[in-house]
Write a protein that binds this ligand. Sequence first.
Ligand SMILES: Cc1cc2nc3c(=O)[nH]c(=O)nc-3n(C[C@H](O)[C@H](O)[C@H](O)COP(=O)(O)OP(=O)(O)OC[C@H]3O[C@@H](n4cnc5c(N)ncnc54)[C@H](O)[C@@H]3O)c2cc1C
Length: 268
Amino acid sequence: MEITRPTSLVEALEARAEDPGADLLAGGTDLMVEVNFGHSRPEHVIALRRIAELAQIEDNRIGAGVTWARLEKSNHRGLAQLARTVGSPQIRAAGTIGGNIGTSSPAGDGLPWLAAIDAEIEVASKERGSRKLLWSDFFTGVKRNALGPDEVIVAAVLPEHVPQNQEFAKIGQRSAMVISTVSACVVRDDDGSVRVALGSVAPTPVRARQAEALIAENPNPNESVLDEFARTVSAEVSPITDHRSTESYRRHAAGVLARRLLERCLAR
Ligand SMILES: Cc1cc2nc3c(=O)[nH]c(=O)nc-3n(C[C@H](O)[C@H](O)[C@H](O)COP(=O)(O)OP(=O)(O)OC[C@H]3O[C@@H](n4cnc5c(N)ncnc54)[C@H](O)[C@@H]3O)c2cc1C
């Protein structure tokens, strides 16, 4: 296996342009699992860990190479909450938000937060320079995304205004080191409007837009509106039955989880 170790983004983009078939490696906590199971046999790996530009956190930008261990201390409450649920300390020390975005698993715990705040994914290539895609344009299916073969994910770009009232939670088959059966993130703005994003209940992260509209009409919901909110979320998702859970459990749990998170936002 050939390994290229660029120390700058420019070098990484050059290596990617020269060999678009090469695999990008960040923390390796997804890619190396694929290699260990024999699902992937990379001939050429471009290792991104030495690129300082990718590991930067700015006000409205989180570099693709930032690890979950660092994001556990984020000022964005939902991001910190979700980072703390990713794997174990060892996984969080190595795994990155860029790798989570790159894998684009429906169960990727970073994805509902990105969807809830309407983040953009910044990607770059040697030939075309940089471009930003709204999360909904980037994630295109189960483990599929709009990244070109010559591109690298550079950062998650946050909108100018990110509501700070955020709640994330996930449900799994056990309480730690678990892939999400359902995950959800709710953010509530000062005007009472909410955004509701869910993971593991569709091929990509999804927003429950009708449930959001319900709360826009009822910013201080009573019990019956909260019940309707949960039902609406359940109706809006499109989960599957697989080895982790059933379609009906996921649908029910999505509504329950979103309602609990909304109630937490309302109580703050
Ligand atoms: C034991 C265990 C527990 C886990 N628990 C969780 C969990 O609770 N929640 C969760 O969401 N995930 C979990 N994961 C999955 C994994 O840790 C995360 O998805 C992590 O964020 C992947 O980041 P990484 O840096 O290790 O990615 P890598 O494995 O290095 O890369 C993953 C994919 O993204 C691509 N990639 C990486 N960086 C870039 C980039 N800058 N540009 C373009 N493509 C890129 C790679 O080519 C590869 O296809 C777990 C994994 C393990 C092994």
